[in-house]
Each structure stands twice: as structure tokens, then as C-alpha cells.
Design a protein around this ligand. Structure first.
Ligand code: PMP
Length: 404
């Protein structure tokens, strides 16, 4: 049974004060908070298991290896990958995207097209631009409309036999729009293109089934789903991961090294050069356990309720405009007060203990589309409450009064 008051007790940070006021944390799309259950796993790891993995015969190394590999299996199970070696530990979404982009540099040539969407985070734009520069491939963009939705009829027109790759996020971090990835994957596959889904913003809210989606690559970050920073995952279909060359060279990723020739380790180690973020990977597994105990269905239902409540109350404020009005949204609200810079609103809210994000949210093309410098973004998690939203509304009204 979902009980927000009980859930809040799991998050020690939620009882701290900021500027003398109880913290209202609405910057969850940037980084979520960490429950005690995950903090305990981190403390336990460094108190009892800290050792390097995979190559030690001693007990600590074997125990640390077991915990790390168990975490990989938890991630495999959560995203329903067919094999655990299809899960590559990364430092986060950005790392996973760059790993795939680098891998494709030897597979693309002039005349090939790659497609991204107008709703992407910079980390799902820049690596592909770099890939186009190095290979001569062209970057095509699925446009958006005023609701902040992708225009699928334009996507259909961009697809051709030249399309080799399609990259879209499942959910836009700047607007919260949920993109129709099932349609995108199906259509891209019809022309033989591979698809990477950036799940950074969806994974905390929607449980993805990579086999059901039939997606080729899927990336996410632990720190947006109650886990630590510096840890994340890349799922790749076995056939693709075997095809791509390694990303970085070093220890752990080799089978045999001589000065004449080096052979690479099997999956997943081929893509995991060097000592990884062992504790981060283990804590990522613990974070998934925690969220699954609450259940993603309950989380989505509760967050949708918060979204509806906050949207209605914010729209009652005269001169407030919400960007991203799709019916298909996660609990993210991007807004501005007429004639007032988002940074000023964010600063006043901070004085009231309310943490929101202001700026372009690493999605400048979206801001350019709306011809604005940025927005105030409030993003809710399952441990937030309607009472906190009332505090935000009062804060926005106060900011409006002070800055008008
Ligand atoms: N893609 C999206 C949609 C995101 O929201 C983010 C984080 N804001 C990223 C990619 C990058 O994630 P990370 O910084 O954890 O690598």
C-alpha cells in the first residue's frame, strides 16, 4: 500500500531545512534523492567489502565481484534483457550514448543518415554531431509542435534506406513529454535502422521492457532513480554489442595482450575498461530493489496525480505559461511568469526552501523553438506531496508580486 508519509521517512534529506525553511525538493529530473536503504548499502560496501573485482583470488575481491555481478543481474531483470552480458555498467546516460556513438564511427559512411529529435538533451545531440563530423553522415531532426510533441508524420518522411540510426529520448527532460517510442522503433526497424532510446528521464517513472520494445540500445542513469551519481547502464542487443568495437582500452576489457596483438574480453567486459564504480553499481541495484518494492505502477499513478494537481494550480496564476502541454507527460512542469526571468523566480523560491531548476535544461534547441532563454522547471517524485505543491504555488505567487 502506497503511503507517502512512510516513504518520506526513508529519505533523510527530506527532513533538512534550507534557508531556515523545510526543504521542498522539486529538482528530481536533475537528480533524485537517496533512500536510507541505498545509503546503507553504500556504507556497508565500504565498511565490509571494499576491494577490486574480477581478478582477485582473495575473499574480499570475490565477495565484491559477487555483489557487483548480482547488481548487473538485478538491472537485467528490471529492464528484462535476455542476457546479463547485454547490460554494460557505465558512469551514466552520457557515457552510454558516447560509447554507442564511438562504436558506430567505424560502421557509418558519407550518405548515411542518423535521426535525432527536436526534444533531445544535449547529451543526445552532441555525440551524434561529432559522429557525423567524423564519418560524413548527416544528422536529421524530427521536429516538434507547440504542445512539445514530436511530429510523427515528419519522422515518417525522414526515414529512408539511408537511415542507419535513430536516437530519441523516451521522456523529454525539459518538458516531460513521453515520446511514442514503440512507433519510432517499429518504423526505424522497417528501414533497417538501429534505435537507441535515452531512458534517463523515463526510467525513474516507467518500467521499460527492452525485449518487448525490441529496442537495440537503451541507456539510463542511477542518480535519477534513487541511486548514486557516477553509475548507469547501457543495454545493447547481444548482436549489436558484438558488432561494436570497444570504447576504451585498458585492464579488464582484454582476453590476451601482446605487443603484436591484443584480443578483447567477451561481453560485458569488452566495454568495461579499468576499475569501475563498483560501489555505484551495487547501489544502483539496491535502488532498483527499493523502487520495485514500492512498485512502478504505484509510483506512476501517484506522480500523475501530483502533476494534475500542480498543473491546475499553476495555471490559475495569471501570466503563468506552461511549456509542454502534451497529454502524455511525466511529472515535469516547465513554466515562466510573463516578463520575469526564470532565474529570478528560482532564486526567490530557493530563499523559501524550494529547489527547482532554472535555465535551458541542457536542451537549448527546445528553448530556441519557444524563443525563450529558459524556464523554471519543477519535477516531482513519488516522495513529494500536494502540501509541498501548495508551498510552491505560494512561492511562485510571492515571486510574481516581488518581481512584477
Ligand atoms: N538525457 C536526458 C533526457 C537527461 O535528462 C539527462 C540528464 N539530465 C541526460 C541525458 C544525461 O544524463 P547524465 O548526466 O546522468 O549522464
Amino acid at each position: 500500500m502506497f503511503n507517502v508519509n512512510d516513504i518520506r521517512k526513508d529519505f533523510p534529506i527530506l527532513s533538512r531545512k534550507v534557508n531556515g525553511k523545510p526543504l521542498v525538493y522539486f529538482d528530481n529530473a536533475a537528480t533524485s534523492q537517496t533512500p536510507q536503504q541505498v545509503i546503507d548499502v553504500i556504507v556497508d560496501y565500504y565498511s565490509n567489502y571494499n576491494a577490486n573485482i574480477h581478478r582477485g583470488v582473495h575473499t574480499l575481491s570475490q565477495e565484491a565481484t559477487d555483489l557487483y555481478e548480482q547488481a548487473r543481474q538485478k538491472i537485467q531483470k528490471h529492464f528484462n534483457a535476455k542476457f546479463s552480458h547485454e547490460i554494460i555498467f557505465t558512469s551514466g546516460t552520457t557515457h552510454g550514448i558516447n560509447l554507442v556513438a564511438n562504436g558506430f564511427s567505424s560502421l557509418l559512411k558519407k550518405g548515411d543518415d542518423i535521426i535525432v529529435s527536436a526534444l533531445e538533451h544535449h547529451s543526445n545531440i552532441v555525440p551524434w554531431q561529432m559522429l557525423c563530423e567524423s564519418t560524413g553522415a548527416s544528422l536529421k531532426v524530427i521536429p516538434m509542435n507547440l504542445e512539445g510533441e514530436l511530429v510523427m508524420s515528419e519522422f515518417d518522411k525522414l526515414l529512408s534506406k539511408n537511415t542507419k540510426l535513430v536516437f530519441v529520448n523516451h521522456v523529454s527532460n525539459a518538458l516531460g513529454t513521453i515520446n511514442p517510442i514503440e512507433y519510432i522503433i517499429e518504423k526505424a526497424h522497417q528501414v533497417g535502422a538501429a534505435v537507441l532510446i535515452d531512458g534517463a528521464q523515463s526510467a525513474p517513472h516507467i518500467k521499460a521492457d527492452v525485449q518487448k520494445l525490441d529496442v537495440d540500445f537503451y541507456v539510463a542513469s542511477a542518480h535519477k532513480m534513487c541511486g548514486p551519481t557516477g553509475a548507469g547502464m547501457l543495454y545493447g542487443k547481444e548482436v549489436w554489442l558484438n558488432k561494436l568495437p570497444p570504447y576504451q582500452g585498458g585492464g579488464e576489457m582484454i582476453a590476451e595482450v601482446t605487443f603484436e596483438k591484443t584480443t578483447y574480453a567477451d561481453l560485458p567486459h569488452k566495454f568495461e575498461a579499468g576499475t569501475p564504480n563498483i560501489c555505484g553499481g551495487i547501489a544502483f541495484g539496491a535502488a532498483l530493489d527499493y523502487m520495485n518494492t514500492i512498485s512502478f505502477d504505484s509510483i506512476a499513478k501517484y506522480e500523475n496525480d501530483l502533476l494534475e494537481y500542480a498543473t491546475k494550480k499553476l495555471l490559475d496564476i495569471e501570466g503563468l505559461k506552461i511549456y509542454g502541454t502534451s497529454k502524455q507527460k511525466t511529472s515535469v512542469i516547465s513554466f515562466n511568469l510573463e516578463g520575469i526571468h526564470p532565474y529570478d523566480v528560482g532564486t526567490i523560491l530557493d530563499k523559501l526552501g524550494i529547489a527547482v531548476r532554472t535555465g535551458h535544461h541542457c536542451a537549448q534547441p527546445i528553448m530556441d523553438y519557444f524563443k525563450i532563454p529558459g524556464t523554471v522547471r519543477a519535477s516531482f517524485a513519488f516522495y513529494n506531496t500536494k502540501q509541498e505543491i501548495d508551498t510552491l504555488i505560494a512561492g511562485v505567487k510571492k515571486a510574481k508580486l516581488m518581481l512584477s
